[in-house]
Ligand binder design. Sequence first.
Ligand code: HEM
Length: 364
Amino acid sequence: MSAPALPFGPGAPGADYARDPFPDLARLRDVAPRYHAPERDAWFFSARADIAALLRDDRLGITQGTSFADRSDPFRATVVRRLRGWFASSGPLLAQTVSTALDDCLATVAAHAEGDLVPLLAQALPTRVMASLLGIPASDLPALQKVSEGLIQGFDLEWDGRPALAAPASRVLALYFQKHWRGAPATELMALLRTTQAEFDLPQASMVDTCSKLFSAGTTTTAACIANILARLIEAAEAPHGSGEIPGVEELLRLDTPLLALKRVALAELRLGEAVIRPGQKAYLLVGSAHRASEGEAPAPSLTFGLGRYHCLGAALARLEIGALLDPMQKLAAGMRLSGPIQWRESWLLHEARSIPFTTHGVS
Ligand code: HEM
């Protein structure tokens, strides 16, 4: 009998992988934790220690669209530093923004006897939060949400039969934020960006790009993570013998993060044991796999938000959103049941519930 195929071949991931990619990722970690996929000429790393070392290695550059890595050093040193400082010192404003947005979203869900929790709550909450921080009017949100969807899809590997990308998603977002930059209300975050631009004489294109990246980074991954958590909660509420324990926020972030991998490209040759990564080769750091390896062991620092230079700028905000949502959502889930199967995105590198159809009819 031939051994089962390892993931990341040229074919489609398939429905089973989409629903639960973790058995395949665990097998890859057991069989080949430093795996070179010949068809892709790319490396896949799934051991935690390797990933932590590679995330701190400057010989690997970043390719991911939501990072600011493509910017010059002065840009990183100014805008990114200012943004990190602002997010770190704006706890009360962020908490208030989350609380207002969450109340609105929960009221909308409660007004529905049936519907889909993904658009109604998982996407709506982070989109409202980022819109409020960036001064985006509510009327623009449905169209922007569609554009974000194109961006997250672009994160996946190529595979046979992959749905066509809405190619110019990032250009549409750039055009939107060009206009927005000129007329946006002076929210605290927009005011910070404007002051920073003036102080360092930064080009407008960089500022427009910053707004686009903040919006897409702040909405796409958070929405997908919340969707995965909601899927877990509603399934737990439906389980025949009670729900069992729902993990805390950190554990949920670790288990339900939608990013199975962080993407890097080698800027210079580097070696890790028998693995030789040549300049220009891609390296996929499988945090989704490494996370689960530590199950049952002493908890290691989470890789959910990356590590080192590109560590997530919005981690505290994501934690606030998920923390605020858990209790009210568990209560709501107790009065709902699934009205159809949960749909999962077919993707090698993203794990994401795309639709969670619910009804409140017939729930005692
Ligand atoms: C559960 C939700 C989230 C997850 C799982 C997540 C995950 C990540 C990860 C893993 C990275 C590093 C990428 C890499 O090393 O390749 C990152 C970077 C980033 N994240 Fe998040 N993130 C989330 C929410 C947010 C939110 C709410 C914001 C809003 C401001 C945000 C903004 C950013 C930005 C701007 C970067 C790039 C930072 C840089 O280039 O220095 N993220 N995120």
